[in-house]
Ligand binder design. Structure first.
Ligand code: UDP
Length: 238
C-alpha cells in the first residue's frame, strides 16, 4: 500500500519539532533534555569516576556506562518497570554511539555514567536519548572531539521518511503484513562518521544509501540545535 501522506502531515524529510535544553538536573555533572515532538528524553552524566570493581578497569582508556530506561507512564500501555532485554540492548548501542565522541584516553581506569530516561515515547526513543546524552556529556565539560546527533529513517509503504512515529513503525500492507523498515542512525556530524546504524526490516542497498543521506541531513540540523543550546547555556554562566 503506497504511503502518500504522513500520518502527522509532516514532509517526508522533516523531523518532528525539536526541543533541547541543558542543565535540567542540578545534582548531575551534566544533564540535558531532548524531544522529537512527543518523544521526550532526559539524560544525566556523572563522572569520570574510578571504575569498580577493579578488574573492569582499563589502564589505557576510560569507558562510558549507559543506562537507558522508559518510565512506566511513558506509553499508554504501562511499560513494566525495571530492566529488560530491550533496555539492555539500547543501553549497549547507545554506549557504542557515544564512545567515539569522547576523549576516553584522558581517563584511564575511569567510568563515565550516563543515565537516560524516556518520559514519553512515540518511537525514536533511542535516537532522542542519544541526542540528550551527547548534550549532557558536553554540558559536563568532558573533552569531546564531536557531538553525536541521531535520528531514525525508514521506508514506509515504499517511501523513505525521517524520524518515524509509532504508527509509521507499525505500518501494515493491505494483506495485514507489517512492512515498515526502521533504521536508527547516529552521526558525529563534524567528522561525518557514523556511530550507530541499526536496521529492522528490508531495504535495497540503493535505498539504504538514500536513507542515510536523508538521516545525515537531519542530523546536521539536529547538530545545529545542539550547538546553539550549549552556546546559550554557557553564555548564561558568565
Ligand atoms: N514501546 C512501547 N512499550 C515498550 C517498548 C516500546 O510502547 O515496552 C513503543 C514506544 O513508543 C517506542 C516504540 O515502541 O518508542 C518503538 O520502540 P523501539 O524498540 O523500536 O525503539 P525506539 O524506536 O523507541 O528507539
Amino acid at each position: 500500500m503506497p504511503y502518500t501522506k504522513r500520518f502527522d502531515g509532516r514532509k517526508f524529510d522533516e523531523t518532528r519539532k525539536i526541543e533541547a535544553k541543558v542543565g535540567v538536573i542540578e545534582k548531575a555533572d551534566g544533564s540535558a533534555y531532548f524531544a522529537f515532538g512527543d518523544t521526550k528524553a532526559i539524560a544525566a552524566v556523572y563522572g569520570p569516576r574510578t571504575l569498580f570493581p577493579q578488574h573492569l578497569q582499563n589502564p589505557v582508556k576510560g569507558r562510558i556506562r549507559c543506562n537507558y530506561d522508559m518510565m512506566s507512564f511513558s506509553v499508554s500501555e504501562r511499560k513494566r518497570p525495571g530492566p529488560g532485554r530491550r533496555g539492555q540492548e539500547i543501553s549497549h548501542v547507545t554506549e557504542k554511539a557515544l564512545e567515539p565522541a569522547v576523549k576516553l584516553d584522558n581517563f584511564p581506569n575511569c567510568v563515565i555514567e550516563v543515565y537516560i530516561l524516556i518520559l514519553q515515547a512515540n518511537a525514536g526513543t533511542r535516537t532522542a536519548g542519544i541526542n540528550a546524552a551527547s548534550l549532557a556529556l558536553a554540558h559536563a565539560g568532558l573533552p569531546m572531539i564531536d557531538l553525536v546527533s541521531s535520528v531514525s529513517v525508514g521506508k514506509i509503504g515504499g517511501k523513505l521518511c525521517v524520524d518515524l512515529i509509532k504508527e509509521e513503525e507499525d505500518f501494515k500492507e493491505k494483506n495485514g503484513e507489517k512492512s515498515a523498515t526502521d533504521i536508527p542512525v547516529a552521526f558525529l556530524p563534524r567528522l561525518g562518521k557514523v556511530s550507530l546504524l541499526q536496521l529492522d526490516g528490508k531495504i535495497s542497498s540503493k535505498e539504504l544509501s538514500e536513507a542515510l543521506e536523508m538521516a545525515q541531513e537531519s542530523c546536521n540540523k539536529i547538530y545545529e540545535v545542539q550547538k546553539r543550546t550549549l552556546k546559550e547555556a554557557f553564555k548564561e554562566w558568565k
